[in-house]
Design a protein around this ligand. Structure first.
Ligand SMILES: Cc1cc2nc3c(=O)[nH]c(=O)nc-3n(C[C@H](O)[C@H](O)[C@H](O)COP(=O)(O)O)c2cc1C
Length: 211
């Protein structure tokens, strides 16, 4: 089983959020944690059509066999630790990532139908850390250096998306003023902090193995 899944959600390869996530992944790897890095941009995800099939049949999605969303959901389901890395686009998450989030509606409907936080889909997966949900982390990068609402929309969606996947957002790094990778590398305290964060989480995962 993959111990940690790093999901790169920027359309831009090797951009700011990719680079920040790689530092975190290096920290995890340094401490012996196995890491799978997936770039969402390499996977086809069709936008939810709002067909309503998942309302009466929460396990079903009419698009399930037509694209790569199920592959991504399986990867998200089986990792013990999740890291989501994404830029902020118009105060929210990029469209491709939002498409995946919308496709998780069937898990959301499943939770509503079951009346429990953990949907049937995730039963059988190892509950970790709290015994109920798996830990998720997020690195969000933005160009603007100010603005109290800058990360608000993205965080709201992430919280509900992760909840539908049986995971909880434990910690975030909300990084501002980063238009280019050079903006990031010009901040050695930030880059060192991301690497150290990865090492810290590898230690935490070692200390708290699956229940
Ligand atoms: C389409 C688009 C929309 C953006 N919207 C915002 C925004 O609303 N607020 C902001 O601070 N930065 C915004 N940015 C800047 C990016 O969030 C920022 O440069 C980010 O660090 C890029 O990360 P990446 O290289 O991983 O894609 C936007 C960039 C693009 C291309």
């Amino acid at each position: 089983m993959t111990q940690a899944l790093v999901l790169l959600c920027s359309p831009r390869k090797n951009g700011v959020s990719d680079s920040a996530a790689q530092l975190f992944a290096q920290g995890l790897g340094e401490c012996g944690m196995s890491v799978q890095v997936l770039a969402l941009r390499d996977y086809a995800v069709t936008a939810c059509k709002g067909c309503g099939v998942c309302t009466p049949h929460p396990h079903q999605c009419m698009l399930a066999d037509t694209d790569d969303a199920e592959t991504l959901f399986t990867a998200l389901a089986t990792a013990k630790l999740l890291l989501i890395a994404s830029p902020i686009y118009f105060y929210h998450l990029p469209a491709h990532f939002k498409a995946l989030i919308d496709r998780s509606q069937r898990f959301w409907m499943q939770q509503q139908a079951c009346g429990t936080e953990m949907s049937k889909y995730w039963q059988g997966q190892e509950a970790w850390h709290t015994g109920h949900t798996r830990p998720a982390l997020a690195i969000l990068t933005a160009g603007r250096s100010c603005g109290t609402q800058l990360f608000k929309g993205a965080l709201l969606s992430l919280n509900y998306f992760l909840a539908s996947l049986g995971a909880t957002l434990y910690e975030t790094r909300q990084l501002r003023g980063l238009e280019t990778v050079e903006d990031l590398t010009a901040r050695p305290a930030v880059t060192a902090g991301l690497y150290a964060w990865g090492k810290d989480w590898a230690s935490l995962c070692r200390a708290c193995p699956p229940c």
